[in-house]
Structures are given as structure tokens and as C-alpha cells.
Design a protein around this ligand. Structure first.
Ligand code: FES
Length: 216
């Protein structure tokens, strides 16, 4: 009979999702600084006890320039808030691009009903996503535009996971034929006013269980 040590070693060389989540947690700050130049901003309200308890986090989105993205922390996970340009919104609706996606209409429950739309958000111009690849949990990199530095051909930009080459569009919708099986998760959130987003809380009169998400 195999002992527990030999049992757990049978997948040596094939990292599990848990392994990658650990790596992702340990390296999120490095990736954010070196690869994407995405600022990790101070949230407006939370003190240490709020963050530790996984309570909601309020963010002022008025200072996010069009075409830029910030990262905030909620439940120890990176949450991306992307101020999408009109050009990006047009690309999200282009059938030339959406035909390449695995789940263009967000049929899989990777978001609440209030984010089940072509932009996967409450306001089209602000994307809010959990920045963890649905394959093995790496932190994808942010490529807001197609450019000379885009790592793959025939891609309009969005998010690229360098671990195994998964790519997502600017709404976190995964492309067909890549290792990641699902769109990036959308956390519960709503707008308290025109410029303040509360991460971690559904809109009033909307009850959704974030735990019902397929892959986080
Ligand atoms: S963790 Fe494998 S492609 Fe992202």
C-alpha cells in the first residue's frame, strides 16, 4: 500500500492548481510592478481588520485614466478595475473578435446576473475582475492594446497569462483553444455613487452567492 508521501508525489512535474495559486499569491506584487505597471492603490476605507475579515472595499474610480487599470485587494485576491476606452468597448462587440472566444455570452456562471452582458460589468466603461487565471491560478498580464509588445499574434489585447499561454479579452472572456477553461471571475460589486465602487457587496436587491462561481 502506498504511503501518503508517495501518493502525494505521483504528480511531480505536473503542478496542481493549488501549487499555482500559492505561487500567484507570493508573486502578485512582483508581477504587478514589473510586467504591467499597474498601480496598486490604497483603498478608500478598509482598515486591517476589514481586509482580514474579507469585508467590502470602496474604491474611487474617478482617478483611473481612460485606458488604465488599477489593482486593489479583496479577500487577499487582486481585483482589477479597468477604465475601458470607446475603442476597447467597440472591440468587445466586434463579431470578428467575439467569434474567437470560448464563452462570449458568459453562459458559464463566472459572474453575477447583473454582469452577464457583453461587457461583463455594471457600467461598460469600468471592468471589474478577479485577476486570477482560471487554468492554474497565475496572475495574467495586462495588455490594454494590440501593440508590438503583445505576446501573441492575432490578438486584440486584454489579458495574457504567461504560465501556459491563456489569453482573455478586455472583459475577461477566455479565448478558445487555450488551457484556461473559463472566463475570469467577476467579484460582487456595485456603485455607491457615480465614482465610488464597493467591491465585495452586491447591488441592493440583488442576492448572489460568490461561492457559486465555477472556478476561482
Ligand atoms: S495558469 Fe496556466 S495559463 Fe494561466
Amino acid at each position: 500500500m502506498a504511503n501518503s508521501a508517495s501518493t502525494t508525489a505521483t504528480h511531480e512535474g505536473e503542478p496542481t492548481r493549488r501549487d499555482f495559486l500559492y505561487i500567484a499569491t507570493a508573486t502578485v506584487a512582483v508581477v504587478g510592478t514589473v510586467a504591467t505597471l499597474v498601480p496598486l492603490i490604497d483603498q478608500m476605507n478598509p482598515d486591517a481588520s476589514t481586509l482580514a475579515a474579507g469585508g467590502p472595499v470602496d474604491v474611487d474610480v474617478s482617478k483611473i485614466a481612460e485606458g488604465s487599470q488599477i489593482v486593489v485587494r479583496w479577500r487577499e485576491r487582486p481585483i482589477w478595475i479597468y477604465h475601458r476606452s470607446k475603442q476597447t468597448l467597440a472591440m468587445l462587440q466586434s463579431t470578428k473578435d467575439t467569434s474567437l472566444l470560448s464563452d462570449p455570452n458568459s453562459e458559464e456562471p463566472q459572474q453575477a446576473p447583473y454582469a452577464k452582458n457583453w461587457h461583463r460589468s455594471i457600467k461598460p466603461e469600468f471592468g471589474v475582475l478577479v485577476g486570477i487565471c482560471t487554468h492554474l491560478g497565475c496572475i495574467p498580464l495586462f495588455y490594454p492594446n494590440q501593440s508590438a509588445t503583445t505576446p501573441v499574434a492575432n490578438w486584440i489585447g486584454g489579458y495574457f497569462c504567461p504560465c501556459h499561454g491563456s489569453k482573455y479579452d478586455a472583459a475577461g472572456r477566455v479565448y478558445s483553444g487555450v488551457p484556461a477553461p473559463y472566463n475570469l471571475p467577476v467579484p460582487p460589486y456595485h456603485f455607491l455613487n457615480d465614482t465610488t465602487v464597493r467591491i465585495g457587496e452586491d447591488p441592493p436587491n440583488s442576492a448572489w452567492d460568490f461561492g457559486s462561481i465555477l472556478q476561482l
